[in-house]
Ligand binder design. Structure first.
Ligand SMILES: [Zn+2]
Ligand SMILES: [Zn+2]
Length: 392
């Protein structure tokens, strides 16, 4: 039998007091300094977002960006570690940012209360080393993929359901991107939700059956991948990690984990025109598009969303308008003269002398920091961007 003795206080003070990150620093190849300088953007502050943010805060990431425009609802409370009963009705991003600072006061937070689909310019993403997508629908992922490619930032997509989690890594290069993976039925679902004939208020929210368990498992893998990516430049022997265009699937019933190499779609439009963007001279969202184009000696501008240039009534004819799809309401579609349903005419390219060009950038749905393509009078196409802050 082993003899026992009472431990004295001196048994516990043999070594130096441990720093906050001493357990991290014991990991071979770990650079806490690299993480403390890193900037990570999280798009979506729901179930996945909460778990991702919690891990990033604990890991001591230097700056965490949060994009979300939703408010906390009671159905979030069973899956979101940061939200309390008293937070119902408050902005998710604001509540989460406050909790991050409580968890680790050295972490800086940067908030953007905006809809990723319509209100975020790629310029906002440029300041970050990596983006983690914690979104719950195809339209938002499609847009985030486009934004990340234009900002030339890698992103890690996450998705969950009741028994399965998926994590994919996308680089702004020639490997497969999220848009490459959109199948015909996914496009159809996206159109049904965001149909050109179904304005934004009718974008319905389908609840996803899932639990905090799947959210934390999947989010942990997303953050593991982000850490591997951030640590890579400082490691002599980089940790094994996913390649761009790979997808990790995790299943808990039955238990299974696999990595799939996603196929690049040669027709995918997201790979077009990823040349570095030229910064436009000082502008403001109050400026008209005609002025912006004239000032930069350009002939037309092309965006990756639909803008209605006219509403056409079968009886009364055509009314010129200049509005992005999400700003067209039911009431706009009913003809004010005869009440018949009007059909919008959609465009993506706006010419300097056309009717829509007389609108302000804000009215056309062009956010600060937006990237787009401009064609010069000689026909050369340029990838251009607006400043992030409004200036004149
Ligand atoms: Zn693609
Ligand atoms: Zn009419």
């Amino acid at each position: 039998m082993q003899s026992s003795r009472t431990r004295s206080a001196s048994d516990f003070v043999d070594h130096q007091p441990e720093g906050r990150f001493s357990r991290h620093e014991a990991i071979p190849g770990w650079s806490q300094k690299r993480l403390s300088e890193a900037r990570v953007l999280v798009a979506g502050c729901g179930a996945l977002g909460n778990e991702v943010l919690k891990n990033l805060a604990l890991l001591g990431i230097g700056e965490i960006g949060l994009i979300d425009f939703d408010v906390v609802e009671s159905s979030n409370l069973a899956r979101c570690v940061f939200f309390r009963e008293g937070d119902i009705g408050k902005l998710k991003a604001e509540v989460a940012a406050k909790c991050i600072r409580e968890l680790n006061p050295s972490v800086k937070t940067k908030l953007l209360i905006a809809d990723i689909v319509t209100q975020v310019g790629a310029g906002f993403l440029e300041a970050f080393d990596v983006v983690i997508g914690c979104l719950d629908n195809i339209a938002a992922r499609y847009k985030l993929n486009r934004l990340c490619r234009m900002a030339a930032v890698p992103w890690i997509n996450g998705g969950i359901d009741e028994f399965c989690g998926q994590v994919s890594l996308f680089y702004p290069d020639e490997s497969a991107c999220y848009e490459c993976t959109i199948t015909t039925s996914m496009w159809q679902r996206m159109y049904e939700r965001n149909s050109c004939l179904l304005p934004s208020p009718r974008r319905t929210k389908m609840p996803i059956a899932t639990t905090a368990i799947l959210a934390s498992l999947t989010a942990a893998l997303q953050v593991q991948e982000a850490i591997a990516l951030l640590q890579a430049p400082t490691q002599s022997q980089p940790w094994p990690r996913m390649a761009g265009g790979e997808q990790l699937s995790l299943r808990v019933s039955p238990y299974e984990m696999s990595v799939l190499h996603l196929k690049r779609n040669r027709e995918c439009m997201a790979h077009w025109g990823t040349a570095p963007a030229i910064g436009l001279s000082a502008t403001s969202r109050q400026m008209t598009l005609t002025d912006l184009l004239a000032r930069n000696e350009m002939q037309s501008l092309e965006v990756d969303w639909d803008i209605a240039e006219a509403l056409e009534c079968p009886t009364c004819g055509r009314e010129e308008v200049a509005r992005p799809a999400w700003k067209i309401e039911d009431s706009d579609l009913a003809c004010p003269h005869c009440g018949e349903q009007r059909r919008p005419h959609w465009i993506n390219r706006i010419d300097r002398n056309s009717f829509p060009a007389k609108s302000t950038l804000a009215d056309l749905g062009i956010p600060n920091g937006a990237h787009f393509w401009m064609t010069s009078c000689t026909g050369t196409v340029h990838h251009a961007k607006l400043p992030l802050e409004e200036t004149l």
